[in-house]
Ligand binder design. Structure first.
Ligand code: ADP
Ligand code: MG
Length: 397
């Protein structure tokens, strides 16, 4: 393709189109950021009332591997990205035959497969100085027989398609492991040693096609029932040397992948201060939502810049921030769905509140409906607003 490495400077007439695979909230916030820069956005998504489709300039209503849909997206868009990591990698490869795709299919496919991802992390440990948790691939009963006692207690995770703690079972004995594996209906799994986590962090990094890379501040994450609950930046537990090691590791990893776009890498910090690399998401990430309101360049604007081969933006955080995920549970009362609408007026009355609702048509337990970020001159003030918000919403802290 001619001009593939030229920057895609937004232009109004005719419009410059960017494409995104997937219609969820990450696609919606990507579209909003792209539109702010003057681009038009096409979303490819099979469902026709989707969060991203509501704001996109065009919705290509097609399956993620539908040849005609991919062709339509590639014809219209000068660059295409993805908003979810389980997009078929071969669809990205198909798109790349006729348009610029970032991140590349090869990078996304590493992140889709836990074992391959861990092998990759291990292979670049020489430069990143971090290793994944001790683990073993479990595909057969014979693999279970070979599990060393040191891997137990552990967590059995499906090798592919796991997210938000889904497809994971905690096991403390070989018998429990056998039962858990039987419950996975024969899919390949990874058994990981259960580590003593002091806290969890994630690092957002972005890299341009020219190899320039930028890193965001460290986000400290609290999960509940496997789903991200809050992200706090700066993280109250994060020591400066730990932040530096994690940022250095993230930059080494994104460089080793020759990745283009925004990448989020999750790490565990153990009680002795050591870092363990957990997994990576080849896209903007829930723990990076705070960047919309607290950083010069949001993770979504950064994704736009990277895929359009424009200069990467300033990652500087201008305000301490706490992000709270708003799950569908908030719409339930006595087990009845959509029994109430949370009191958004009371949330918006809190100092530093930045509310983002994703336009989803129905509330389900655990479904990500929105988030609210509290920004303030000090972290303590942002945390005070978070506490008030939890009281308003009936969330136990
Ligand atoms: P997902 O793809 O669902 O996000 P993760 O591998 O990130 O899966 O696991 C979800 C959560 O489970 C982590 O954020 C962490 O809280 C916990 N967890 C995962 N692996 C381990 C481990 N090896 N030791 C201790 N806790 C873990
Ligand atoms: Mg995770």
């Amino acid at each position: 393709m001619s001009g593939i490495d030229k920057p895609l400077i937004p232009q109004a007439m005719p419009a410059t189109w960017l494409g995104v695979m997937g219609g969820g909230q990450l696609g919606r916030m990507f579209a909003q950021a792209a539109q702010a820069l003057g681009f038009k956005v096409a979303v490819l998504e099979p469902s026709n009332d989707c969060s991203a489709g509501q704001v996109a300039d065009d919705l290509v209503n097609a399956g993620y591997d539908d040849a005609a849909g991919l062709e339509a997206l590639a014809q219209r868009c000068v660059a295409v990205t993805t908003e979810f990591e389980n997009v078929p990698a071969h669809s990205l490869a198909t798109l790349a035959q006729s348009t610029f795709v970032a991140p590349a299919a090869a990078c996304v496919s590493i992140a889709q497969d836990r074992i391959v991802e861990k092998q990759f992390f291990t292979a670049c440990a020489g430069s990143s100085m971090v290793l994944p948790a001790p683990h073993q691939l479990i595909e057969t009963a014979a693999d279970i027989a070979r599990v060393p006692a040191t891997l137990l207690p552990g967590i059995l995770k499906t090798n592919r398609l796991g997210y938000d703690g889904k497809g994971q079972v905690r096991v403390s004995s070989t018998d429990e492991l056998q039962a858990a594996f039987a419950g996975m209906h024969g899919v390949a799994c990874v058994l990981e040693k259960m580590l003593p986590l002091a806290y969890e962090i994630s690092v957002l990094v972005a890299r341009g096609s020219d190899g320039a890379a930028v890193v965001y501040p460290i986000a400290e994450n609290v999960h509940r029932d496997g789903v991200l609950f809050t992200t706090t930046v700066p993280g109250p537990h994060v020591a400066p040397d730990c932040a530096e090691r994690a940022q250095t590791a993230a930059l080494a990893i994104i460089g080793a992948l020759a990745y283009v776009g925004v990448l989020c890498i999750e790490f565990f910090v153990l009680h002795d201060g050591s870092l363990v690399v957990n997994e990576m998401a080849p896209r903007p990430h829930n723990s990076g939502h705070y960047t919309i309101d607290a950083c010069v360049t949001s993770q979504f604007a950064q994704q736009v810049r990277a895929m359009a081969r424009l200069p990467l933006g300033d990652t500087r955080q201008h305000s301490p921030a706490v992000m709270l995920n708003l799950l569908g549970d908030l719409w339930f009362e006595d087990g009845v769905a959509e029994a109430r609408e949370p009191a958004w007026d009371k949330i918006l009355a809190l100092p530093g509140a930045c509310l983002h609702l994703y336009g989803k048509d129905s509330a389900r337990i655990g479904r990500k409906m929105g988030h609210v970020t509290f920004v303030a001159p000090t972290l303590a003030q942002a945390q005070a607003s978070l506490h008030s918000a939890c009281a308003v919403l009936g969330i136990a802290l």
